[in-house]
Structure formats: structure tokens, C-alpha cells
Design a protein around this ligand. Structure first.
Ligand code: ADP
Ligand code: MG
Length: 621
């Protein structure tokens, strides 16, 4: 469908921009501009980390300035007191940053809601006062006499020299981040904001993914600190305090924290605005003072109101508008992706563009015919005084389709969550493929071969349809974040996307690959979830009300897919309200009412069971 393109527009844009930035160093640009550009570059690195951590992964941090400080101080001490090379300072500094981030991340990433940002403020403040109170760091006076960086025998003494290194680093960081986000690990990072339960059900260890995002953001901050120390040639605690931490967060948010380029736009805007106001306001008011802080604060509030998605999405919309030369998509307030919502994504993921032959994904051995796949024994779940599931037992054979039905509130979804490891059991046992699995987390179940959909659809609405499906195939890939950054993952990515494409075709969503998942009709979103579950290559498929919201033809198509799966040896457990759909599809039914199993058997016999009729009629009354 898509011709393989080696360089997409995003990467071409990056190259063009890098060329312009590099050229500036050789033109007679005033020194003052170079200084400003250097600071914008340093801030961009930190803001880039915050885009990853806060904008994309959804974890707000006010403490990034402390990591800048760690990187700066580590190199400052090593290069002055121990006369080490700045490059040793870089390695040691980043090592310290990684260790500190692992320790701090392990504690703070567990916090949720308001506690997480508060936690980052706590260690941000602690590290600031640590810098200011340690004798080895010369307390609040700071360290001076830091040497310049030596690169290929060339000493980067002046701002103009280090400018090239700073912006080379920024360009690399932008490229690395772009690659990372478009990789197997990157998609799990993008799923952290709002998709933790979904990702875990696909086998993703979200706690580890959060920590990774945190450490990578800290490394970018530490890198910025190292460059800062050798640009300034002196460090003191002031630029590493909470104020700076808040400033960095502002840059990311103002620029557009959901976008890599937002970091650069935000850093540039805040730096230039601050500088300009500092010039302008004293002249305007006729007296000296820090008026720029007050005025830029007010401007920020207005900006956040007008463009909650940040400046970058607005710039993109404006740019498209200019290109088309038509007022088709007026600048939309707060639009993050509104323009893309009804159009396919501009740049297909690397896994779809790659010319590399798709790698074959591992496949699970299917359960042998007649084997018991799932065995639920006396499962029980109470919520306080309410018995939602009351000692229910049933089992499921390989290739069997079992329907779990019952009136609203019967306990079907709860039963489902017990089987899939989303909820812990109060009593009883669940055995899967001959192994006791109750008490295991849902990502463990996914690894064992259970895949599920959710009654209330859980997908990443701003990700493309096909990327959502590749998350389902997560466990069938191996490549980690570094392979993603270095693009050593193309064969595997091609394999993952090929698998996702096949599953989408199978469920009838071919052609929708590059749509934003959130733009699909609800019925299609449900089907998308089934494709995602199938991409996991499951032994057991758990479907919670898959036919809800589907049109008649879609239901028939879905039934055909499920029957085909059953012939292939996949077992299916489904909760469903639509009796016509269920009766024609399932091999066996288990009927629940008030948490209790009231009937079990073939659809024909269950239909005439007096207890079942009573339960359903009772439900109507
Ligand atoms: P069904 O899917 O059959 O409609 P559920 O399994 O969702 O039913 O719910 C069964 C019963 O358990 C209902 O009475 C519901 O209110 C209750 N319930 C479900 N989840 C919870 C929960 N997390 N906390 C408290 N009560 C719950
Ligand atoms: Mg339910």
C-alpha cells in the first residue's frame, strides 16, 4: 500500500533544520545571538526529556533541574579537583544521573495522582540543598575554573565553538527520540498515559517502562548539565533549583509536550521572550526590576488557555493551512490532532516503511484437541459485603467457544477479570493450560497465552489503528529501547507490522491501518481490540461483549472469524448480551445470576431451562 520511503518528511525536516543551525556558526552572527542559541539548545535537551516523561508518558516532574545539576556538578568536581578530562566527567556524570534516577524513579514512579509531582518537588528541593551545602561542591559559592571541552584536539573555548557541539547533541537527541517513539518500546511508553491496564493485558511491564522513561529523561537533563558546566566554566546551585525545574516544565508544556519538536519550540520561545521582555519592560516602565517574570507569567497563562496542546500543534496546523492555501482547517483551539483525526497519518511508522524483509514472529504451540485449556474452580469474588462471583466453576476445552451470559450485574465481567488476572480472587482457583494461574498479574497471563478485550474499549485513541494492534504483538518481539533508538529493529518492526496488518485484514479493518484509532466508530474500535488480542497469538481469547455496537453484518463477520479461530484450535470465552449472536455461535453456555452459576449446557437446552427463563424475565421486571 505504501511505497517504501527511506527518509520520511519528519527526518528530512530534521536534516534541513540541522543544516541551517550548523551554517549559522560560520556566518557573522552576533555573539549575543550565539549565546542565546546555546541556552536554547541546553534547555531543549531538558525539555525533550520532559516531553517524553510528562507529555507522552504522562508523569509530571518538577525536579528535572536537579538532574541537570548532577550532570554539571559531577563533571565540575572531576575536572577541577581531580583534573580529569571533561569526557571522563561526562561518562561519570551520566552514570551518577542513571543511578540517581533509578533510585528516585523506583520510589516516585509508584506514586500516583498529585503525589507524583509532589514527590519530584521533594527530591528536586533535596538535591538543590545538597548542592548548596556540600563542602566538596564549595557550597553556595560553587565551583569555578572548569576547563573547556577538548574535541579532536580542538578546545571549545568560545560560545561559538561549543555552539556546534550543543546543537549537534540536540539534533542527535531529537533523532534518537523520534526513533524511540516509533519503536516497540516507544509504543509502550506512549501507552503509559491512559493505557496501563491495556498494556499490561498485552504483556507489557508498565512499571519498568515508566522507570525507563524516567531514566532517559534524566539522562537528557544530565547531558544538558554537562554541556552547561563546560560552557559557563563555573557552576553554583542557583540554576538547578525548583524555579528552574518549573521553568523546564513550562517550556515543554508551552511548546507542546506531546511532540518532540514542542520541546525546541518551547525552549526557544521562553528564552527569547524572557530576553526580549527584560530589554523592553524597564524602558516601558522607566524603572528597573524583574518585570519580565510577571509579564511572561501572565502571557503563559493566556497561552495555556488558548492552546492547551502547546504551540507546536498550532504551528503544524498553520503550516498545513499555508501549504493548502485554503481556509479549510482554521486554527483550532486546543486541537492536538484534530486535523489528522479524519485523515490517515502523514508519516507511516518505520515498520511499515522499511524495505527490510519482515522477520517471522514466534508462534505458540496450540493446545492439543480435547485438552482442557481453562479450568475455573469455585471462583469467588467479594466487594465488601457484595458477593459478585459466588463459587463458580466451569472449564473450557481447546477450540471450544463458551458463552458466559446472565442479566446485568450477574458478575460476568468480574468473572472475566478474575480469569484474566485484572482482579485477585477472594477464593477458589484458576488453572490455565494445566498451570495454576490465579494471583498472577495480567501481563503474566498474556505471556501464558491469554488475550482479552474490554467491555469498555481500551485503546490508545491518538495512535494509529495498526500501532494499537502491534501493542498486542508486544511479547512476540524482543528488541529493546536501544535497538529502537539505533534503528537496529527494522526487520522485527516489519514483522510486527506485517502481523498487525494480517490481523486487521482478518477482522475486516483492512484499509484503516493509518487512521487514528479514536476516529473509528465504536463498533470498529471493538473489532480493533479483537485484532489486537489476536496479534498476541493467543491460546485462549477472552471477549467481553464483543458484539455490542456492531451492525448486523459486522456481527456475522465477527462470528465467522471466531468460528475460524475455533477450528484453528483457539478457545474463546465470551460474555455477551446479544442472544441471537450467542446462540448461533457458542458450543456451550454458562449462565450466571447474582454471582451464581444457575445453568450450563448446550444453547438449545439452556434456552429452555426454567431457572434461566426466570432469571431473564426477573431481570426485565
Ligand atoms: P456484569 O458484567 O454481569 O453485568 P459485573 O461483574 O460488572 O456484572 O458486576 C457484578 C456485581 O459486582 C455488580 O453488582 C457490580 O455492581 C459489582 N461490582 C463490580 N465491580 C465492582 C467493584 N470494583 N467494586 C464494587 N462492586 C463491583
Ligand atoms: Mg459486564
Amino acid at each position: 500500500m505504501h511505497a517504501p520511503q527511506r527518509f520520511d518528511r519528519a527526518r528530512l525536516g530534521l536534516a534541513a533544520w540541522a543544516a541551517v543551525m550548523a551554517l549559522a556558526a560560520f556566518l557573522p552572527v552576533p555573539e549575543f545571538w550565539i549565546t542565546l542559541a546555546n541556552y536554547i539548545g541546553l534547555y531543549s535537551l531538558v525539555a525533550l526529556g520532559l516531553v517524553l516523561l510528562t507529555g507522552i508518558a504522562g508523569m509530571t516532574s518538577f525536579g528535572q533541574a536537579a538532574f541537570v545539576g548532577l550532570g554539571a556538578y559531577a563533571s565540575a568536581v572531576l575536572t577541577t579537583t581531580y583534573e580529569a578530562s571533561p569526557w571522563i566527567g561526562l561518562i561519570a556524570g551520566l552514570a551518577i544521573v542513571v543511578l540517581a534516577a533509578c533510585a528516585l524513579g523506583a520510589i516516585t514512579m509508584r506514586l500516583s495522582g498529585h503525589y507524583l509531582p509532589l514527590g519530584t518537588i521533594a527530591w528536586g528541593l533535596s538535591l538543590f540543598y545538597l548542592f548548596g551545602n556540600l563542602e566538596v561542591l564549595k557550597k553556595f559559592d560553587g565551583i569555578t575554573g572548569i576547563p573547556a571541552i577538548n574535541l579532536f584536539g580542538f578546545s571549545l573555548q568560545s560560545g561559538r565553538h561549543i555552539y556546534l557541539l550543543i546543537w549537534f547533541t540536540v539534533a542527535l537527541a531529537v533523532l534518537a527520540m523520534t526513533n524511540l517513539l516509533d519503536s516497540r518500546t516507544g509504543r509502550t511508553i506512549r501507552a503509559l498515559k491512559g493505557g496501563v491496564v491495556m498494556a499490561e493485558s498485552c504483556g507489557v511491564n508498565t512499571a519498568r517502562t515508566k522507570l525507563l522513561a524516567f531514566v532517559l529523561a534524566a539522562v537528557l537533563a544530565g547531558l544538558s548539565g554537562w554541556l552547561y558546566a563546560h560552557l559557563q566554566r563555573a557552576v553554583n546551585p542557583t540554576p538547578f533549583g525548583l524555579n528552574a525545574g518549573i521553568g523546564y516544565l513550562f517550556m515543554a508544556v508551552v511548546g507542546g509536550s506531546g511532540h518532540v519538536w514542542g520541546a525546541l519550540v518551547g525552549a526557544a520561545l521562553m528564552t527569547l521572550l524572557g530576553d526580549w521582555l527584560q530589554e523592553l519592560l524597564p524602558r516601558l516602565f522607566g524603572q528597573n526590576g524583574n518585570f519580565e517574570v510577571i509579564v511572561s507569567g501572565m502571557l503563559l497563562i493566556i497561552l495555556l488557555q488558548r492552546a492547551p496542546g502547546g504551540l507546536w500543534p498550532m504551528l503544524v496546523t498553520a503550516w498545513r493551512w499555508l501549504l493548502r492555501g485554503m481556509p479549510r482547517g482554521m486554527l483550532r483551539r486546543g486541537s492536538t490532532n484534530s486535523a489528522a483525526a479524519t485523515h490517515p497519518l502523514a508519516t507511516p511508522p518505520a515498520g511499515m516503511r522499511s524495505r527490510t524483509a519482515p522477520q517471522r514472529l514466534p508462534q505458540r504451540d496450540k493446545a492439543s484437541p480435547g485438552a482442557t485449556v481453562l479450568d475455573v474452580r469455585q471462583a469467588r469474588k467479594t466487594f465488601g459485603g457484595l458477593i459478585a462471583v459466588n463459587d463458580v466453576s466451569f472449564s473450557l476445552q481447546a477450540g471450544e467457544i463458551l458463552g458466559l451470559i446472565g442479566p446485568n450485574g450477574a458478575g460476568k465481567s468480574t468473572m472475566f477479570n478474575l480469569v484474566s488476572g485484572v482482579l485477585p480472587l477472594t477464593g477458589g482457583e484458576v488453572h490455565f493450560m494445566g498451570q495454576r494461574v490465579d494471583g498472577k498479574p495480567s501481563r503474566w497471563m498474556a505471556r501464558a497465552g491469554m488475550a482479552r478485550t474490554f467491555q469498555h474499549v481500551r485503546l490508545m485513541p491518538s495512535m494509529s489503528v495498526i500501532e494499537n494492534v502491534t501493542i498486542g504483538a508486544h511479547l512476540r518481539g524482543r528488541k529493546g529501547w536501544l535497538a529502537g533508538v539505533l534503528r537496529l529493529n527494522l526487520a522485527e518492526e516489519a514483522g510486527l507490522f506485517e502481523e498487525a496488518r494480517k490481523q486487521l485484514e482478518r477482522v475486516g479493518l483492512a484499509g484503516y491501518e493509518l487512521r487514528e484509532a479514536g476516529s473509528l466508530a465504536l463498533g470498529q474500535q471493538r473489532i480493533l481490540e479483537i485484532a489486537r488480542a489476536l496479534a498476541c497469538d493467543p491460546t485462549l481469547l477472552l471477549l467481553d461483549e464483543p458484539a455490542a455496537g456492531l451492525r448486523h453484518q459486522e456481527k456475522q463477520a465477527l462470528a465467522a472469524v471466531l468460528k475460524q479461530l475455533s477450528r484453528e484450535g483457539v478457545s474463546v470465552l465470551l460474555v455477551e448480551h446479544d442472544m441471537d449472536f450467542v446462540m448461533g455461535l457458542v458450543d456451550r453456555l454458562v449462565v450466571m445470576d447474582f454471582g451464581t452459576r444457575i445453568a450450563e449446557g448446550a444453547p438449545g437446552t439452556v434456552r429452555n431451562n426454567p431457572a434461566v427463563i426466570e432469571a431473564y424475565l426477573g431481570g426485565v421486571e
